[in-house]
Ligand binder design. Sequence first.
Ligand SMILES: N[C@@H](CC(=O)c1ccccc1NC=O)C(=O)O
Length: 313
Amino acid sequence: MDAPWRVLSAEELEKQYSPSEWVVRRGAQEALQTYLQMGSEATSKARATRKSQLDVPYGDGEGEKVDIYFPDAASEALPFFVFFHGGYWQSGSKDQSAFMVNPLTAHGVAVVIVAYDIAPKGTIDKMVDQVARSIAFVQKSFPENKGLFLCGHSAGAQLAAMMLLVNWSKHGVTPSLKGFFLMSGIYDLEPLLSTSQNAPLHMTPEDARRNSPQRHLEAAPVEPGNSACPVLVIVGQHDSPEFHRQSWEFYETLCQTGWKASFEELPSVDHFEIIWNLTREEDRLNQVGPGPPTVTAKGPISKVKDHSENHLQ
Ligand SMILES: N[C@@H](CC(=O)c1ccccc1NC=O)C(=O)O
C-alpha cells in the first residue's frame, strides 16, 4: 500500500492525528469541551424523555453494557441504530454519547449506545471483540428487528469497520446488518504507532495491522448477501488531510472489494461538529424515513466526489 504519511515528520504526524488542532470555529480545548457538553446534554435529554433500558449487560465484564432507547410506539420490529463513540479508544463513554437518540427515536428507530473498555483497561483487540458481542447481543435480544445500522465516530468508526470482517458463526447469530455509517474514522492504525495517542494503547505494529480494516478488507471479498448492505464513509470538511486520506482510501478499497460504498465530505463541519450536529432534528444525517434509515429528504448523501485535492502528495 502506498503510504504517504511515512514522509511526515513526527511533529506533523502528531498534528495530523490530533483532531482538535483542526477545528476552525473555536479553540482546541473549547471544541473538546463543547463536544463533551453536547453529548452529556443529549444523553440527559434522551434519558428524561425516551423509553429506555440502561446499563443492559451484553457480557460478563463490568464495562460490557449498552443503553437502548426506543421510539414511543412499542414494537420489536424496529430498525436499530447502534452507535460506537470515539475518543481514540481512551476517552468517551456511552453516558456522554446519546447524540442522535432524540431525532432518530422520533423517526421510529431504536438506538443502542454501546460501552466498551477503553484503554488502559482495554486493548483494541478486546474492544473489537466487545463491539462484535454487543451486536450479537442486540440481534439475539431483538430477533424481529428490521435491520441493524452500525455507526461509529472516529475510533468508533474503526470498531464499526472491523465488523465488516467478523466471522459471525462463532457468535452463534448472524446479525441482519443493513448499513454502516463510518464518520471521521481511522482505518489504518499504523500511522498512530509513534504518536502520543499510542501511549495508553501500547499497540505493537502487529496489533495495529491486525486491527486495521483497511489492510484486511482486501483479503475479505464481500459475500453475495453483503453487497446489499451499503457502507457510507463520511468525513468532515475540517478534518485533517490524513483523516481525509484515510476515509478516501477506505472508500476506494470498499468499492474494489465489492461493497456498495459511498463517500461524502460533509461541508463546513469539523471532527466534533459532525457528531454533535446529530442532536439536531434537521441535520441531514437524521433525515430518515419511517422505515429503515435510508437518507432521502434533502437529496442523496451517497454522492461521490473527487477528493484528490485532499490527498497528501
Ligand atoms: N485528543 C484528541 C481527542 C480526540 O481525538 C477525540 C475526542 C473525542 C471524540 C473523538 C476523538 N477522536 C477520535 O476518536 C484530539 O486531539 O482531539
